[in-house]
Design a protein around this ligand. Sequence first.
Ligand code: OSB
Ligand code: MG
Length: 370
Amino acid sequence: MFRIERLTLRLIRLPLVAFFETSFGRVYDKTFILVALEGDGVQGLGECVADVDPYYSSETNVAAWHIIRDFLAGFVLGKTFEHPRDLFHAMKRVRGHHMAKAAVEMAAWDLAARREGAPLSALLGGTRTAIASGVSIGIQDSLDDLAAKVRQELDAGYRRIKIKVKPGWDIEAVEMMRDRFGSIPLMVDANAAYTIDAAGHLRALDRFGLMMIEQPLDYDDIRDHAALQQRLTTPICLDESIHSVRAAEDAIALQACRIINIKPGRLGGHAESIRVHDLCASHGVPVWHGGMLESGIGRAHNIHLASLPNFTLPGDIAASRRYFVPDLIEPPIDVSRDGLVSVPTEPGIGVDVDWDRVQAATTETYEVRA
Ligand code: OSB
Ligand code: MG
């Protein structure tokens, strides 16, 4: 049981170590909202994964700021909760805005875990002490640049390579990868860059033995993915389309995918993510944890969630140094030579925030008390 007495929003901007390009564009830095909730003398943190633009999802930082400040704050401030899993329901009157809700809900999980002196993974039902780590490599200027990046990540020990694809940067890129790197665990992510008319073209990927193709078709589509999966031997993994437990149920029922990517921001927080995780487990559908270029704070949340048993495939949870140097946490998150990231054992998310760095990177602040 805990009471939420204060909510603080910070808008933070950090330069990325290297640009990141997907089928919807290239980014050089990351702007996000850090949510802090305080109650019973304890603070919990959540990181909002909305972007500056509504390209991956319809949410943006500006929209999330508005939704949290003007609506969600009122549903949680001054309220006492039995358990952090109750927050998603408490914010139910607001339709959608899962990234905004998740940032608040996840801060409450951190707060509750710290209050109990337990690591977040224990509260979430995690069973692993370390998680298997993979990398997501963006579209590069040339195939040689891509090969150099892949070499570097394989040498670092990562257990799976994902490359971003789009029309014009797909078959040749995968072919180059197989030629140069052989049978490494490899997958592609299209971020909704194709339509069902490209089914014949995408079938050319089947001969490369990819682990999966992530979100080839539209961001809210289930039906065309089901039609496409019928025509591909490569398993489809859905990311953008799985915005709720119901969407996951629909996708499984319609056989629109064989694997699901879980991102708590997209689903509305840890509790909804656990529901999707459990649903998938009951249907024999493996899941893995996605990434949204999080700082060490959001990354720590992801690590704890990925310690649940049905996260059987390596996730997009890599070392801090791939994203931000310095990160907002000290020490940063690291990966072992054999591609594992340890689950923190200290209370809550279990990482130490460098508040001077947070302060230096903050461009706007808002605070409200119960
Ligand atoms: O589709 O998984 C995605 C980053 C931003 C938005 C969407 C996606 C991604 C990634 C990066 O693939 C994963 C990471 O390294 O954090
Ligand atoms: Mg994706």
